[in-house]
Design a protein around this ligand. Structure first.
Ligand code: BEZ
Ligand code: FE
Length: 299
């Protein structure tokens, strides 16, 4: 294209500053104001990163190769790019900025890649485990409340967790697809109760580029034991959170930085034969009582 056809004078790009300014100027006609702002910030920070690190061509090529392999590792069951965002703390930063809990409301944390919508709707008191061998039984109960302590009627509690082999049903062909997943609906008293298994620590998938990044930097892939939940109810902000086990050794070094102190809970141990355990269970069992407080919409 000639200069005349391009409709303007050629800009000189002799310095890094000029180059950055040219790229920023190329977005000046973006009709969507937010899109223009985000792209300008992205370019500004990316260029500053290249300048401040003195990024070499070989390092640039290694970065492109890493991102290419991360994209290629994605399937309908694996999202390596979200895992990258998680392990760089970006997912948690977006969560922190986007979900400031009003006083008294439960805090949120990351969704994670193993949530599958459409879990079976179960009766209160039912078990999410389909059969035995997935961990020690744990009775989880509490109330869904508003910040004034009033029960929330008609709230949905959607829970999911890994088995003691460290795998979620969606990752593990040996587990029934609906194992350790369930949805419960509260009544007027806001109460919920179900049987699950005491959560166990597990490693995030580390056989791909993200795992290589962790290994190259001396980081471990472990997440502290937790149970996931999403709580939703009309008139309230949907809460996506975890309940962490206070006995996990990984609370201070979660591979995805998702622990908040208010989400750490104690699973009470009950020795074999203690009344109240699951019918026919021979062994210790656990219980956890924890209320979850929803923030009103617009509050
Ligand atoms: C999870 O808790 O399921 C999870 C969250 C982030 C990365 C990997 C796993
Ligand atoms: Fe998890």
């Amino acid at each position: 294209m000639t200069e005349a056809a391009a409709g303007g004078e050629a800009l000189e790009t002799t310095s890094a500053e000029d180059l950055t300014a040219s790229v920023l100027a190329s977005f000046s006609g973006t009709p969507d104001e937010r899109l223009r702002f985000v792209l300008e910030q992205l370019v500004g920070h990316l260029h500053a990163f290249v300048v401040e690190t003195g990024l070499s061509e070989a390092e640039w090529a290694a970065g492109i190769d890493f991102l290419t392999r991360a994209g290629q590792a994605c399937t309908d069951r694996r999202q390596e790019l979200i895992l990258l965002s998680d392990t760089l703390g970006v997912s948690m930063l977006v969560d922190l900025l986007g979900h400031v809990a009003p006083p008294g409301a439960s805090e949120s944390t990351v969704l994670g890649p193993f949530y599958v919508s459409g879990a079976p709707v179960l009766e209160m008191g039912a078990s999410t485990a389909i059969g035995d061998g997935y961990g020690d039984p744990a009775r989880v109960s509490g109330r869904i409340l508003d910040p004034d302590g009033e029960p929330v009627d008609g709230a949905w509690l959607d829970v999911w967790q890994n088995a003691c082999n460290g795998q979620y049903a969606v990752q593990d062909p040996e587990q029934p697809g609906e194992n350790l997943r369930g949805r419960f609906r509260t009544g007027p008293d806001g109460r919920f109760a179900f049987w699950a298994v005491r959560p166990t620590d597990y490693a995030i998938p580390d056989d791909g580029p993200v795992g290589a990044m962790l290994a190259a930097t001396g980081r471990h892939p472990w997440r502290p034991a937790h149970l996931h939940c999403i709580v939703s109810a009309p008139g309230f902000r949907t809460l996506t959170t975890h309940l962490f086990d206070d006995e996990s050794p990984y609370l201070a070094s979660d591979a995805v930085f998702a622990v908040k102190a208010s989400l750490v809970c104690h699973f009470e141990r009950h020795e074999t034969g203690t009344p109240g355990g699951p019918a026919g269970h021979d062994g210790p069992w656990y219980s956890l009582e924890r209320d979850l407080v929803l923030a009103p919409l617009g509050g």
